[in-house]
Design a protein around this ligand. Structure first.
Ligand code: ATP
Ligand code: MG
Length: 340
């Protein structure tokens, strides 16, 4: 079934599980802004606080991270009038649809998720049930809006495939064409920004070492230091893009440059061919500070007015519920829940 009978709608979410980093910005947020501004789709963006607690969060830190994420979205260019911006727990339909999907998804599907394996680690017995079930909640986040397009980083590809499997199985089990088969939108030069100290791992909010990532709240000094200390190999920049093969750390810095400058990897390589990394990193640090400093300044300014952030989230939740409530109600009807 194609998704053409559904109104084009974009949904994406981010966890308030720590500091926003460059990977979140380049892989997701910056492209959310592009999709909002293109004006072709209705855009719905969410702080997924229910996902964050799949691993324990300090309550005060969780509230702060949720508001900070909201400030970060607005600072990066999300307009709460043009887009619907809210936190997940204020729209109960997400968790309600997730329960239905818990009963549609199969245990085998969940156990095969790479993120589950990575995050549960060697001690899966001690992981929360929520961590295993997380992708069913993510499917509900998306499908409770009948969203057709989901802009995310590369690491979420497998969860989006699962979302499609859940939609297809629901449609099949109840003999309906009710949920769209959502399209992942994974685009740009930085769909997978890597850890600055280990080019084989992705940059992550939950990595305990702060040196591994650039946070959107880092000041110019910290950004420059982290880029200068980023792991690289001893060779200069290659003459061609092929020359970046099997050089994951070098490739990562070139990708970051291309995404920050809104240009291509080919272009960055052509501009910097033969340059030593010491000089390249200096220029990259300048570029990163130029692009990120205005966002972090604006975030800090917005964070001073918590009441305004809470008002924006509340209003966003109301608008989100207007879409989600009828979609959930119809799902209940399809499943056979009595509503009186
Ligand atoms: P956590 O480590 O807690 O899972 P995270 O850094 O992976 O945090 P998420 O909130 O899980 O952040 O993801 C939010 C969005 O950012 C998703 O669209 C995800 O694909 C994207 N994203 C996360 N990390 C990267 C990265 N290193 N490069 C590109 N996109 C990323
Ligand atoms: Mg993640």
């Amino acid at each position: 079934m194609s998704s053409t009978k559904f109104t084009p709608r974009v949904f994406s979410g981010m966890q308030p599980s720590g500091d926003l980093h460059l990977g979140n910005y380049l892989g997701a947020m910056k492209r959310w802004v592009d999709m909002q501004d293109a004006g072709q789709h209705e855009t719905v963006y969410c702080m997924v606080d229910l996902h964050a607690i799949t691993v324990w969060q300090d309550p005060a830190a969780l509230s702060r991270a949720t508001r900070e994420l909201c400030a970060g979205f607005i600072a990066a260019g999300i307009d709460p009038e043009k887009s619907i911006l809210f936190n997940q727990s204020q729209v109960p339909e997400h968790a309600q649809l997730a329960w239905i999907f818990n009963c549609v998804a199969r245990m085998g599907w969940m156990g095969r998720m790479t993120q589950w394996k990575d995050k549960s680690g060697k001690n899966a017995e001690a992981a929360s049930l929520g961590l295993l079930a997380y992708p069913a909640l993510m499917a509900a986040d998306i499908l409770v809006y009948h969203a057709t397009h989901v802009p995310v980083g590369e690491d979420q590809k497998q969860h989006l495939e699962l979302t499609r499997d859940i939609a297809a199985k629901f449609n099949h089990d109840y003999d309906v064409e009710y949920f769209p088969i959502t399209e992942p939108v994974i685009e740009g030069a930085a769909t997978r920004v890597m850890n600055l100290q280990d080019g084989t791992k992705k940059m992550s909010k939950s990595d305990p070492s702060d040196k591994t990532r650039i946070n959107l709240t880092d000041d110019a000094d910290a950004i420059a230091k982290k880029i200068k200390k980023a792991k690289t190999d001893p060779d200069p920049l290659p003459e061609t893009v092929e020359g970046l093969e099997s050089r994951p750390e070098a490739r990562n810095l070139v990708n970051i440059w291309a995404a920050l400058a809104d240009t291509t990897v080919e272009d960055v390589v052509a501009q910097n061919a033969g340059k030593m990394f010491g000089y390249f990193k200096q220029d990259l640090a300048d570029l990163a500070v130029e692009k990120l400093a205005p966002i972090s300044d604006e975030m800090a300014r917005l964070m001073q007015d918590q009441a305004e952030i809470d008002r924006i989230l509340g209003r966003g939740a109301e608008r989100a519920s207007e879409i989600a409530a009828p979609i959930l109600a119809q799902t209940y009807d399809i499943v056979g829940m009595v509503r009186s």
